[in-house]
Design a protein around this ligand. Structure first.
Ligand SMILES: Cc1ncc(COP(=O)(O)O)c(C=O)c1O
Length: 374
């Protein structure tokens, strides 16, 4: 994945009409309110100072107000919530805050690479749990061997899910919280896609489940739901001691997100539901545009109820990396192979709804030609 931008640049220089549906980084402009607020904040010299871990109080308060309004979850903006430089940064550093060498972290596969990476960077041991379509891509803690659960300190979960687009039913979240309490596990609940949902599905915060505050740190981000990937802003929510531990690690590593970006983030969050609904409608339009074309080209896809991804199964025996290589080299389409999401996630590839529908359709038709010849 890290090499893809350079490969893509080389191909474009060679005159290839590359369609990139790889990274989860949509082409929609950021919210107007964010741009206006950033411009305004830039005029204020105080915004150019260090943010430190406190950050901009208005951002903390806007994030807490959103949690309350949207999920009915009341949090102290100063003790139970912390600004982060995008959820990637917060997730990676939570591992440093809670894992010691030799500890085990339960990592869903396929899954966002930072769960594995954050774990190994602390000399802790990832325990991969393979998510399968047979169990709706849910990670069931009770299926994990007792000796692993005994050594495990942390489990990562992400619903709505990247890359599978799976969503978590409420009863699943309830039994997961119960299992975390039973096994004394901290749950890192990664929730950057909670506003990108379709067909009436509304994604929860895990804090809607009673008892969650005892065992969860939840991560939110402005990247996906508000199309602000490059702005690097999000927030973590959890029990005060856990938030303090995360802040302590961060204090040695970063000095806070740019205050002007936090000012813009605060204004976005004040209108979060309206802004996010606008983007979700656009992603839905793209989803609805591409699904029939995928099916007509031989790809047997489910209809995703959330996220900006379509997780596409490949015919039995076809390696996803080999398919991705052919897609890139033969027809100029950048996708992500299942294998990029961990060993054991082969047999699928991911399409991100990050380009306009006509380009998605063109990409799908090209992928169909590859499928017909493999
Ligand atoms: C599941 C998941 N978590 C976290 C992130 C990180 O997002 P950011 O650091 O931009 O907030 C991503 C980005 O792709 C993701 O897919």
């Amino acid at each position: 994945m890290a090499e893809l931008p350079a490969i893509k640049k080389r191909m474009i220089e060679q005159g290839v009409d590359v369609i990139d549906v790889g990274a989860g980084d949509a082409d929609f402009p950021p919210p107007e309110v964010a741009v206006t607020a950033l411009n305004r904040a830039l005029q204020d010299p105080a915004m150019s100072r260090y943010a430190f871990q406190l950050g901009l109080p208005a951002f903390r308060e806007a994030a807490a107000a959103y949690m309350e309004r949207r999920f009915g979850v009341t949090v102290d903006p100063y003790k139970e919530l912390h600004p982060i430089l995008g959820s990637k940064e917060g997730i990676a550093h939570l591992a440093s805050a809670v894992l010691n060498p030799g500890d085990v972290a339960i990592v869903p596969v396929p899954g966002y690479a930072v769960y594995h990476g954050g774990t190994v960077l602390c000399d802790a041991e990832p325990y991969p749990y393979i998510l399968t379509p047979q169990t709706d891509f849910l990670l069931e803690l009770d299926e994990i061997p007792a000796d692993v659960l005994k050594k495990a300190k942390l489990v990562y979960l992400n619903y709505p899910n990247n890359p599978t687009a799976a969503v978590a039913p409420r009863d699943y979240l309830e039994r997961t919280i119960a299992a975390c309490r039973k096994h004394d596990l901290l749950l890192a609940y990664d929730n950057p896609y909670c506003e990108i949902t379709f067909d009436g599905y509304v994604a929860p915060s895990i804090f809607e489940i009673p008892g969650a505050m005892e065992v969860v740190v939840e991560f939110h981000s402005l990247s996906k739901s508000f199309c602000m990937t490059g702005w690097r802003l999000g927030w973590a929510v959890g029990r005060p001691d856990r938030i303090a531990a995360l802040a302590r690690v961060k204090n040695y590593i970063d000095t806070g997100a740019f205050l002007a970006v936090q000012a813009a983030g605060a204004e976005v969050l004040q209108q979060a539901e309206r802004i996010a609904a606008g983007y979700a409608a656009k992603f839905k339009e793209r989803r609805d545009g591409i699904l029939p074309v995928l099916r007509a080209n031989g790809f047997e896809v489910e209809t995703p109820r959330a996220t900006l991804y379509v997780w596409v199964p490949l015919p039995e025996g076809l390696a996803s990396a080999a398919f991705q290589k052919r897609a890139l080299e033969d027809v100029g389409v950048v996708t992500l192979p299942g294998s990029a999401f961990g060993a054991g996630a082969d047999g699928f590839f991911r399409i991100a709804l990050t380009v306009p529908t006509p380009r998605l359709i063109e990409a799908t038709e090209r992928l169909g030609k590859v499928l017909a010849t493999v």
